[in-house]
Design a protein around this ligand. Sequence first.
Ligand code: NDP
Ligand code: 2IT
Length: 444
Amino acid sequence: MSYVDDVLALVQKKNASEPEFLQAVEEVLNSLRPVIEANEEAYRKEALLERLCEPERQFKFRVPWVDDKGQVQVNTGYRVQFNSAIGPYKGGLRLHPSVNIGIIKFLGFEQIFKNSLTGLPIGGGKGGSDFDPKGKSDREVMAFCQSFMTELCKYIGADTDVPAGDIGTGAREIGYMFGQYKRIRGVYEGVLTGKGLSYGGSLARTEATGYGLLYLTREMLKCNGHDIAGKTVCVSGSGNVAIYATQKAHQMGAKVVTVSDSTGWVYDPEGIDVALLKEVKEVKRARLTEYAAARPSAQYHEGRGVWSIKCDIALPCATQNELLIEDAKQLVANGCMAVAEGANMPTTLDATKYLQENGVLFAPGKAANAGGVATSALEMSQNSERLSWTFEEVDSKLQNIMENIFHNLDDAAKKYATPGDYVAGANIAGFLKVVDAMNAQGIV
Ligand code: NDP
Ligand code: 2IT
């Protein structure tokens, strides 16, 4: 068997109960075949892929907190420090009832290559908890965040591991966690990103993932002879990534006609009203039924269904495995020309293959949503030099980073795989830098 097949078999055996992690590893290793096969014996001897697929370190801990009724609740906290070859561990904290070690490992593994693609010195990590912030009071969220950080603060630091937001972790949660870190460790440092502007946050970090997604999508379309202006776009999700993707798409002259949450979705043929969406989701923390109730042109549907609407561009911005093979078939039948992933691994492997085989331009999440972590790295730089840059300065660096990422993966696809295969291009370009650093640092 080839080295890649041997390692895939080993990873499957060792992590049999972690389907999302196995899915992420399978996608990456399969697309690395051309570069691995060119150097197979050396890589095998160094156990390079075995080292890449094994986290450097992982923590799992108890998070007890008291709810508003005086009842003690217990959640499980995680931090996976996956790979520090090119910089301190960097990656978000997911707070969602579905969180388990396999989900955190898949996210941490993806983060290694994503962070490498940004061109900035950040390694891969991820964390979170099965805590559900939905429906909790601010005091309950604070109690959870303080308890979570009381344990997490032992393992992180501005030069070792710098967490940030992800699903369920926004500015409120980051604020509570930062306060607790400072209180226990007694240092005021950039240990978290996505902070509020009054205590070390960066302008444009809130917008960065969604904006970055559109900067990369625009570049991908441009290089394939298309203009984003005038295009109809379907977005899924209605959180941080979805909101700012929608806003930037509108600024570029495209029209977003759908958004969704975990209970339903909205079709708004007039174009999503971003101010209303922000009010419903960021201020009221309410369901999309409230958006539909306030907007005569919007139709609300229970369940899932955004990919059934005819569009030119699809931007999955909610969660993993939300765009399935039947959705891919529907998108192709409806004439969709591009899919760019705002979420991490939202498209299943068979759906990705179907889209690519049917000529749809496909930008994988580890490239397309890298604007968030890239801007987090810019926040780290500003914290280190104790200065704050303007919105325009950060936003223009973000644009450059996203356009460079697209060209790097386009070039890598042409050089090592198949032109236009941006999945392979992203994995290979991300991998080469990490491997170079790992090799230089010896067997660690
Ligand atoms: P938010 O918590 O702000 O929003 C998540 C959105 O996705 C909500 O609309 C939520 O609906 C929906 N959603 C979450 N889980 C599910 C589910 N199981 N089924 C259906 N809908 C679901 O998170 P973000 O916008 O920050 O993150 C979205 C995606 O983008 C994630 O994959 C994340 O890993 C990725 N990402 C985020 C970055 C960031 O900077 N924030 C950076 C790069 C990637 P509901 O409210 O009903 O749960
Ligand atoms: O998936 C991701 O890249 C994020 N959730 C952002 C991570 C970060 O450190 O900003």
